[in-house]
Design a protein around this ligand. Structure first.
Ligand SMILES: [Zn+2]
Length: 356
């Protein structure tokens, strides 16, 4: 059977190395360097543990492993080929399939390409020092400007995930400790994750306003060990571009106010108590994008109720959000009864007293 044609250049242009790393769930294990353009971490190819052998330059879609067991690098096709133990052609077909590119079997459609011929990926750099230009594939002006223009071409949206975390444990004691019922756990798709970058955490699927899965929040159940944050979001995830639970809250009755809280579990707990028109800004500071999303969402509703944590950060964030939102819609602040209170700790009766 003849090999199915696939344009390597088009595949490389369609998917960034960051997306490939996200596909494998590696990004969160890596540390940002060089003002966000670099990543370094343990090498997934030789499965090393040293934290800085595997280095990535995001703007150039290239990587290199300095460890003697690899000593190689290349572009994202080369990376997938190493990971999958296949050749670059098979790697390109895999990427096409994972990201639903529809490029397999199609002629060259990349506007950047001038020669029109399928071009093979750069050879592996095994045992060779890597000249800087190699990473671009080509140094033509078209390719250079493509790299430079990429940020403008990409509005700051989170790309819907091409995978879903599977085999989550839904009967973890953390849920009972927080007073969540199995129905609520199922409704929000929560679960304990035992593998990958969210290993050891309760994961919370985050959807965009259209209901597409764009990321997972990870909550350490209980007090995290030293140096581990209580909450973790995937590296590169644009929290400021999403309002948690906006999609689900939009399906609720219009004409009722939208309750805005800080945390994932505030939303989940209020939802369980019967307050379904509730969203979270995943923190105490409202981003301009979130402000837009809330303005849009409250258009057919009776304004917004701000129910932030009753602590210093919560009060400061609440004041700023109030000033900005009040220019555009009806906003009411709902102070909580005592210092340190959080919406998810309130009883159903307390919530009704505050919100009805
Ligand atoms: Zn390596």
């Amino acid at each position: 059977m003849p090999k199915q044609f696939i344009d390597f250049g088009a595949v490389k242009a369609a998917v960034s190395f960051q997306q490939v790393l996200d596909h494998y769930g590696f990004t969160a294990q890596m540390r940002g360097t060089r003002n966000g353009d670099g990543l370094e971490g343990p090498c997934p190819i030789h499965e090393g543990t040293s934290q800085d052998t595997f280095k990535v330059t995001l703007s150039k879609n290239c990587w290199f492993c300095h460890n003697s067991s690899c000593k190689c690098g290349g572009n994202h096709l080369d990376f997938v080929a190493k990971m999958e133990n296949c050749n670059a052609h098979e790697a390109a077909l895999k990427i096409d399939e994972w990201f639903n590119l529809g490029l397999a079997g199609k002629a060259d459609s990349s506007p950047q390409r001038r020669d029109g011929a399928p071009k093979s990926s750069a050879p592996s750099a095994q045992q060779q020092p890597m000249p800087r230009q190699r990473f671009n594939g080509t140094s033509s002006p078209a390719a250079e400007s493509k790299v430079a223009e990429e940020p403008q071409e990409e509005p700051g949206e989170n790309v819907p995930l091409s995978f879903k975390l599977e085999n989550l444990k839904t009967d973890h004691t953390y849920f009972t400790e927080r007073g969540l019922t199995p129905e609520t756990v199922a409704e929000f798709g929560l679960g304990f994750c035992a593998k990958g970058t969210m290993s050891g955490r309760i994961v919370i699927p985050i959807h965009n306003k259209a209901g597409e899965l764009v990321g997972y929040g990870g909550r350490w159940p209980g007090q995290p060990p030293e140096e581990r944050p209580k909450y973790k979001l995937p590296m590169g995830f644009k929290k400021s571009a999403e309002v948690f639970n906006l999609d689900r809250s939009q399906m609720e009755e219009k004409g009722l106010p939208l309750i805005v809280v800080e945390g994932f579990f505030d939303v989940i707990k209020l939802w369980q108590q019967g307050f379904h028109r509730v969203v979270s800004i995943m923190g105490s500071s409202l981003s301009p994008r979130q402000e837009e999303l809330l303005a849009e969402a409250s258009r057919e509703r009776s304004g917004i109720l701000l129910m932030f944590d009753e602590d210093e950060a919560g009060r400061a964030g609440r004041e700023k959000a109030l000033v900005r939102l009040a220019r555009r819609m009806f906003v009411r602040v709902v102070p909580l009864p005592q210092e340190g209170a959080q919406p998810d700790h309130l009883t159903e009766n307390e919530l009704h007293a505050l919100l009805d």
